[in-house]
Design a protein around this ligand. Structure first.
Ligand code: TTP
Ligand code: CA
Length: 402
């Protein structure tokens, strides 16, 4: 089997670069883009800033007031999300010239699997260079690219030589490439896991790779096994393109007030999963891939997907995957929107197992809902203390059917 060639493409200082492109008088200046509802300099947080501004210590998520103290001569601009979304589509379009296997993971980042493009387009390294050139020709913006045999390593590589970088990690050198880096660079290591690992004296990815996975079973459960594999550079996750995923069912919820309350977040996610599962059962299909959509208070929007060992229509199983994805992306910030969708839909009936395998509790739920309506049966854990933000009652909850 040929080794996979995975690219991770990440635009440089994306919002700020778009602003500098469109107003060339801003080139070379510290440009700070941030949501400030009043248009002044006193409120809101920095979405991003140009590399010139980063030299002053300004960075994403810093309160604008603090940025202004560090860099009073900066040019402060409100974000123009419509424009960035347009440029994002142009960039994604360019990527699709190189392969159908394009998986966007944020407004300015995507994975590409170019393994199958070799014959037509040349060696992966050449493809990576050509891609950077095309992005620049079409959008006048620069991208940084990592090329490796897995998503994990490609993503870390793209970040190593920003801006306008290209970092190639040859096959066989993945573990050595990862070893000196801090564990938090691993996808799936948030502040909590980092802390548990630090308590075991594990600071670098190399420390983790050398560990007997059994040692992590107690503090981290099965997650520990996966982490050790990742630390050794073993990551088989496939690039999942939207084309593969054309059909999906999902729900999303925008909070009336951005929230960091973990109970509310957990309940909301559970309610969304139950809603999606109910619809899957209603359509007599099951989903194999669970996608979480996550938008924080700064409007940073991420999607993360996980493919299950087998297709399901059970809310609990969707939730287990969605919750793991959520914990990977969620940090300290307040959350503005959560969404869950299921894709890779297969026909339960055709597989001849729908009736047999739908869980009794789920079947009961469906029967009650069919008779008495959607609000009739809600999990106790969703209702509990839900007065402030009961997902079932929120205006913000939307059904998505693509
Ligand atoms: P990033 O790719 O994290 O950052 P960036 O493109 O600005 O800079 P880099 O060169 O380091 O990749 O995020 C992409 C865009 O998402 C960014 O331009 C603005 C937005 N964003 C936020 O709105 N809030 C945030 O906290 C972050 C990190 C990004
Ligand atoms: Ca970026």
């Amino acid at each position: 089997m040929t080794a996979r060639a995975i690219l991770h493409v990440d635009m440089d200082a994306f919002y700020a670069a778009v602003e500098q492109r469109d107003r060339p008088e801003l080139l070379g200046l510290p440009v700070i883009v941030g949501a400030d509802p009043k248009g002044g300099r006193g409120r809101g947080v920095v979405a991003t800033c140009s590399y010139e501004a980063r030299r002053f210590g300004v960075h994403s998520a810093l309160p604008i007031s603090q940025a202004f103290r560090l860099c009073p001569q900066g040019v402060y601009l409100p974000p123009d999300m419509e424009k960035y979304a347009r440029v994002s589509s142009e960039v994604m379009e360019v990527m699709r010239e190189f392969t159908d296997l394009v998986e966007p993971i944020s407004i300015d980042e995507a994975f590409l699997d170019v393994t199958g493009s070799r014959r037509a387009l040349g060696e992966p390294q050449r493809i990576a260079r050509d891609l950077k050139d095309r992005v620049r020709a079409v959008t006048s913006l620069t991208a940084s690219v990592g090329l490796a045999s897995s998503k994990l390593v490609a993503k870390i590589a793209s970040d190593m030589r920003k801006p306008d970088g290209l970092v190639v990690v040859p096959r066989g050198t993945e573990a050595a490439f990862l070893a000196p880096l801090p564990v938090r660079r691993l996808w799936g290591v948030g502040p909590k896991t980092e802390e548990s690992l630090a308590r075991l004296g594990i600071a670098t990815i190399g420390d983790l790779a050398a560990l007997d996975p059994e040692k992590l079973a107690r503090p981290l459960g099965t997650h520990g096994h996966d982490l050790v594999r990742l630390a050794r550079g073993l990551d088989e996750r496939a690039v999942v393109s939207e084309a593969d995923d054309a059909k999906s069912m999902g729900h999303e919820h925008t909070f009336a007030v951005d929230t960091a309350n973990s109970d509310v977040l957990r309940r909301t996610l559970l309610a969304l999963c139950d809603a999606v599962a109910g619809r899957l059962r209603g359509h007599r299909v099951r989903g194999r891939t669970v996608t979480l959509k996550y938008r924080d208070e700064t409007f940073r929007t991420l999607t993360r997907a996980r493919t299950l060992p087998e297709a399901t229509d059970a809310g609990d199983l969707l939730f287990a995957a969605a919750w793991a994805l959520f914990q990977d992306v969620h940090g300290e910030r307040r959350v503005r929107l959560l969404g869950v969708s299921a894709s890779g839909l297969g026909d339960g009936d055709q597989l001849g197992m729908f009736a047999a395998e739908t869980r009794p509790a789920d079947r009961l739920r469906d029967t009650v809902r069919a008779r008495f309506g959607d609000g009739a049966l809600v999990r106790a854990s969703v209702l509990e203390g839900a007065k402030g933000d009961d997902p079932a009652e929120r205006r913000g909850t939307r059904r998505l059917l693509r």
